[in-house]
Design a protein around this ligand. Structure first.
Ligand code: DGY
Length: 323
């Protein structure tokens, strides 16, 4: 008798044509509708799964894997994976994968756009117009910060940070970055970016963009002290993870004029947004959409499916589908 096929759980409906590849190898348990899984539901789904395809909304830690005795692999659709407790997974021999590379350019495009929108007050200007406040060309109204000729600071110089640096070159910006590890000279040259200390990055940037992964060590890396070290004319853009920024301190800095403007695509308690930020006019707020283009989202799913197939020991390098 043929061996039963491994069972994989897909936590959200993604793209049926891309997910179909899983059917070649596995018994697939799908989730029919976009679902905010209730506490306990993920553990229940993983209890009889050999593999799982999950998204950033699905938090998987010790509790979720405690009863998942067969689970071998969790493929995350996303480059960030702070929704996974990788240490808890590794302790049980569960492989975790993510989707680097395929969303780099789309996310860098958005990060640059958000930085520009904050600096040039684009959403604020639109609200002003829609609210009927436009009385004619306003010589003194809605003056923003320069992009060209200014200094861009990038905190976290991985693929996406480098993509933002390449874009900045076209805008005639000086690019500084800080990263735990300095990049090889050839990469610095290709991005026209100069390494500096974190303190100097905060002090010298006209526009600071956060593109670093979120870990317990860099929780609130941008706190009241960091904000006080920035220029009052500076902008802050976060396309990484909300937990990097102390949102209360940021709202205070924006309201008091201690910081000119901010662009935030990610939030500590998302989808909830701190009401103190909602009350600030000088912040552009978007709902975690930096990688949101159809080709990119499809590429993320395709890669996550490939990752799951490979991590489960199947695919082109590992033989044929089980019969
Ligand atoms: C990621 O992949 O980590 C982004 O935050 C969403 O695309």
């Amino acid at each position: 008798m043929a061996e039963p096929r491994p069972r994989v759980w897909v936590s959200q409906p993604l793209y049926a044509d891309l997910e179909a590849r899983l059917d070649e190898w596995f018994e697939v348990a799908r989730t029919p509708r976009v679902t905010d899984h209730a506490p306990g539901a993920i553990a229940a789904a993983l209890a009889d799964a050999d593999g799982a395809l999950v998204t950033l909304n699905d938090r998987i830690g010790e509790t979720e894997v405690a009863g998942a005795s067969r689970l071998r692999a969790v493929a995350n659709v996303g480059v960030g994976y702070d929704n996974l407790d990788v240490a808890a997974l590794a302790a049980r021999g569960i492989v975790a994968t993510n989707t680097p590379g395929v969303l780099t350019e789309t996310t860098a495009d958005f990060g640059f756009a958000l930085m520009m929108a904050a600096a040039r007050r684009i959403t604020e200007a639109e609200h002003w117009l829609r609210d009927g406040r436009w009385q004619g060309w306003g010589f003194h109204e809605l003056l923003g910060a320069e992009i060209h000729g200014s200094t861009l600071g990038i905190l976290g110089m991985g693929r996406i940070g480098q993509g933002i640096a390449r874009r900045a070159r076209g805008f005639g910006m000086r690019v500084l970055y800080h990263n735990r590890h300095r990049l090889p000279e050839a990469v610095e040259e290709a991005c026209a970016a100069t390494w500096t200390t974190r303190a100097a990055l905060l002090a010298d940037s006209d526009h600071l963009v956060l593109v670093l992964p979120y870990t317990a060590d860099n929780h609130h890396i941008i706190d009241a002290g960091a904000l006080a070290a920035m220029k009052p004319t500076a902008t802050l853009t976060n396309i990484a993870r909300g937990g990097l920024v102390d949102e209360g301190a940021l709202a205070e800095a924006l309201q008091s004029g201690r910081l000119a403007a901010a662009g935030l695509d990610v939030f500590e308690g998302e989808p909830a947004v701190d009401p103190r930020l909602l009350a600030c006019r000088n912040v552009v707020l978007t709902p975690h959409v930096a990688s949101a283009s159809l080709p990119t989202r499809r590429a993320m799913v395709a890669l996550a499916v490939d990752n799951l197939v490979a991590a489960m020991g199947f695919g082109p390098d590992a033989g044929h589908p089980p019969s």
